[in-house]
Design a protein around this ligand. Sequence first.
Ligand SMILES: Nc1ncnc2c1ncn2[C@@H]1O[C@H](COP(=O)(O)OP(=O)(O)OP(=O)(O)O)[C@@H](O)[C@H]1O
Ligand SMILES: [Mg+2]
Length: 496
Amino acid sequence: MGHAGPIAGREREIGELTAFVAAAEGRALVLRGEPGVGKSALLGVAAERAADLGQRVVRAAGVEAEAGLAFAGLHQLLHPLLADAGALEPATRAAFDIVFGRSTGEPPSAMTLGVAVLDLLALASGDVPLLLVADDAHWLDPQSAEVARFIARRLSGHAVHMAVGTRADTPSPWDGAGLPELTVPPLSAEASARLLNTTSPGLTAPVRRRILDEASGNPLALLELPAAAGPADGPELPLSRRLERLYGDRIAGLGRAERAELLRAALDGTGALPGRARRPLRAVDDVTDHYAGIIPSLDAPPVLIGHSFGGLIAQKLLGKGLARAAVAVDPAQIKGVRALPPAQLRAGFPVLGNPANRKRSVSLTPAQFRFGFGNALEPAESDALHERFTIPSPGRPLFEAAFAAFTRHSPAEVATRNPDRGPLLLISGQADHTVPDVVTRAAYKLYGDSPAVTELKQFPDRGHSLTVDHGWRAVAEYALDWLDRQGIQGHDTAHA
Ligand SMILES: Nc1ncnc2c1ncn2[C@@H]1O[C@H](COP(=O)(O)OP(=O)(O)OP(=O)(O)O)[C@@H](O)[C@H]1O
Ligand SMILES: [Mg+2]
């Protein structure tokens, strides 16, 4: 698959794999690491070493599309060995015939099948030792994985080694399997530089630096970003197909808060700030810093009122002690909020759901807008708001956001424990699909330890459009009354 040049770095891992295949005692080893980090490459090295030692190597890989096919993975792994099955006990052979669909009958238990597989492996490794390689094992169908785990623990006494590759960020049957593991970390800075220099000589210094920075030791990124970077030191590094899939998968594997953050970025178009397209999540910090730079020049600390992403930024500034008070209306998820209700996922889906969106400007259709923003309104009002407020924003930043989310601190971090900050009002439209009530409530809870004033006001039957639809006045008046109660008069104070 792709690049097959010399391996950069990995002295420790290769040493360990060499010892593993050479050991007289059979055993299993699980290689675990992030997508593109080089698990398959290392499994390839292990296979080469085993072949050099005269061993027989059988390779199989989990296939996402076959994850639902019972025993598909096991079939792949055992198929080359089944020629030896003739020498097995008839009952043992029958077990294979049934699970591989060559005869009908009561399927054997995982244990019976596991024992049958061990018998077959013993037979197949009678003359020369055997190395089984199971790559992408996170995609093995559960039935095969169960049997594979069973045999993986019972290889001692056989001349059989089993090397398993699995992704660190994808839940898999190999998590907590209690098997010996070899973690495959990102490449060192030195090995990264060496790999980039040999595979992409002649890059300009700034492009080279940026690729090293963005790749963060991921070999796949080091190999593919240069091709994507184009001739000039352009404003963004587009993603190749495999990288895109890599980060697409990572979106799926992200923590809920980060995922929600991406959804927010998608919906609010925050990722689309001019000149900031490459690092949309940084945009939150950039905007926050921008305001933080302006605030000291005001006569008095401002009252900050923000909606959605604006609500997140208002909280960040308040947490830094820069505001007199803040009102956050259906605010984007702050770090630490774990809820991710299905409606919120669906609200973000118009952009994230289609990889082609990285190349396009994405505009919500009226129906999508109605779901994400105008669900509490009559369709006619929602459509009118859609007409008035929706602007297309690039989809690409969202995909690149996934990239940034891996290597950087979450910009959604808010100082929730600052005891000296001004009062905070969180407003929740309880029908909001984009920032569901549970998300705002969870944010409210995060402030629970702070002695500073925090209040939650819920408006039933209001959606994400609550600040711009026919009901805006009720929200605005509540906020002003609340400020009044905090001793802050709306009319004689500087507003932001
Ligand atoms: N240490 C290395 N030196 C040089 N090239 C490498 C190194 N590690 C990996 N590569 C190359 O980087 C690319 C990605 O590596 P690989 O396919 O092994 O990743 P992976 O961890 O198996 O990813 P996935 O989880 O997607 O299967 C491949 O082209 C591989 O040849
Ligand atoms: Mg791989």
